[in-house]
Write a protein that binds this ligand. Structure first.
Ligand code: ZN
Ligand code: MN
Length: 489
């Protein structure tokens, strides 16, 4: 980064669909995938004379997101009409929020690269608005015409606008991942990009130091990115394109107005699109059919109290309270709140947080994946699995046998003691093991000398002999006893 001749400056505009049953201003269903134009009514197809009524649940979800993004929530907020003509917008305007948005001035911390410190990305504003319908261009089906599906018209959207605080394409991707995780935790949105419930536009330009001061290239708004990976690729492409254009045309570039470009997924380039309207072109004015909304301190406090543990705090807690490394904490938190809860209970039951994290990642998650179930449906309670971990920890089982016991429990739905018995695993009495080790050490002075000379590996032959004498011994425990005895010899 230090050697780069420019700084990349990115701000994102994210639209997410809220997880409500019904639309923002009417009772129509928001369910995805229904046949075209089956989820519409006179309100959302824009018949004259009908009146919108605000969906309280949507407003509540927006408040949750705003609180979690550390925003200042406006005590008084109102609706505005954003006027433009497009075939998928039957009313000829979108009900949105213009000068008095639901909230302003928040932030979201995103994990730094390779475990470095978090980076704080500012949020300019968050507001509620309704979605438009969808144009269906079916060239593949041999149709030259376009058709309109209004099922999506009137679906509640949350628009989140960041400060231009993002400094790399990779950071844009990490921000989006973190935002998605947060909104998933809050159950505000599923943020499913394939179904269009999260859409991103990105503003990007370069700040280039020159002998006569910093020059900023014209801001380009990049659209049409269909995955987080596409956002990263499009921004990387756009940074290079702007740098090359700057080198060709020099400072004259500064006079070019803001452009809009679309990401072409197949060609992996951005192409110019029609220029964006200025906000004055939309002729915003207050929506006359809806009352402004007042939000009391009490309601805000209640929403804040209802947020529960959020990803950033959970990561911190897993590292500080449980001593996990950044990677393990990340994997568990990314799995969702229930996995973190399972981990906490398993760590408590086993008395070993690191082992609990390993078992969840290597064993539990694998089974969930194989069976395609959620952790809340996992048949082994953390307290029960904790008993197995205790046995491994206390040396009664080695890790391999612990896994066999776990697999048996899963397959037969029995507890750890029954699994141990059914598998014929006999526990070896520690006193018995002590005398066995004593015997082996006495019979192998060469090994003892090698270990003393620093070659701990030499113990391998003793472990092998011990296993031959009694297949139930725990190799790790044999090693441990031998080392202790050699130290005392
Ligand atoms: Zn409707
Ligand atoms: Mn918008």
């Amino acid at each position: 980064m230090a050697s780069s001749p420019y700084t990349i400056v990115v701000g994102l505009e994210v639209h997410v669909q809220l997880l409500t049953e019904s639309k923002l201003f009417c009772g129509c269903s928001t369910k995805f995938g229904a046949p075209p134009n089956t989820q519409t009514c006179p309100v959302c197809i824009g018949m004259p004379g009908v009146l919108p009524v605000m969906n309280r649940k949507a407003f509540r979800l927006a408040l949750k997101a705003a609180a979690a993004l550390h925003c200042r929530i406006a005590p008084f907020t109102k609706w505005d009409r954003k006027n433009y003509y497009y075939p998928d917008l039957p009313k000829g305007y979108q009900i949105s929020q213009y000068d008095l948005p639901l909230c302003r001035e928040g932030w979201l911390d995103v994990p730094g690269e390779d475990g470095s410190a978090d980076r704080r990305i500012g949020i300019i504003r968050v507001h509620l608005e309704e979605d438009a319908g969808k144009s269906l261009h079916d060239e593949k089906a041999g149709r030259a015409d376009s058709r309109i599906d209004l099922n999506r018209a009137g679906t509640p959207l949350l628009e989140i606008v960041t400060q231009p605080d993002i400094r790399s394409p990779a950071e844009a991707k990490v921000f989006l991942q973190e935002l998605k995780l947060l909104l998933n935790y809050l159950e505000v949105s599923d943020c499913n990009m394939q179904e269009g419930s999260l859409r991103v536009d990105a503003n990007i330009n370069l700040h280039i130091p020159t002998p006569s001061g910093t020059v900023a290239t014209p801001i380009v708004e990049v659209k049409n990115m269909n995955s987080f990976r596409a956002v990263e690729k499009a921004l990387a492409y756009e940074a290079v394109r702007q740098w090359e254009t700057f080198q060709e045309t020099g400072r004259k570039l500064g006079e070019v107005p803001k452009q809009t470009r679309g990401w072409d997924e197949h060609a992996e380039i951005t192409r110019p699109q029609r220029s964006k309207e200025e906000s004055s072109d939309y002729r915003y004015f207050p929506e006359p059919d809806l009352l402004p909304i007042t939000v009391g301190e009490e309601e805000i406090a209640e929403v804040r109290a209802s947020l529960g543990d959020l990803p950033a705090e959970l990561r911190r807690s897993l590292r500080q309270d449980y001593g996990l490394n950044a990677y393990d904490a990340d994997v568990l938190v990314n799995q969702g709140r229930s996995t973190v809860e399972y981990f906490r209970r398993l760590a408590a039951a086993s008395g070993d947080a690191k082992a609990a994290a390993n078992w969840i990642q290597q064993d539990v998650l694998r089974v969930l994946n194989e069976r395609q179930i959620a952790i809340t449906e996992f048949p082994v309670a953390p307290e029960t699995l904790g008993e197995v971990l205790q046995m491994v920890r206390g040396g009664r089982l080695d890790t391999l046998k612990g896994r066999q016991v776990f697999a048996y429990m899963l397959q037969h739905g029995v507890g750890p003691q029954d699994a141990v018995a059914a598998l014929g695993i006999t526990e070896v009495d520690d006193a018995e093991l002590q005398s066995l080790c004593e015997e082996l050490l006495a019979a192998n002075p060469k090994v003892v000398a090698e270990v003393r000379a620093g070659k701990e590996k030499a113990l391998g032959s003793l472990v092998g002999q011990a296993k031959k004498r009694n297949p139930n011994v725990n190799p790790a425990r044999v090693k441990q006893i031998c080392l202790e005895r050699i130290a005392r010899m």
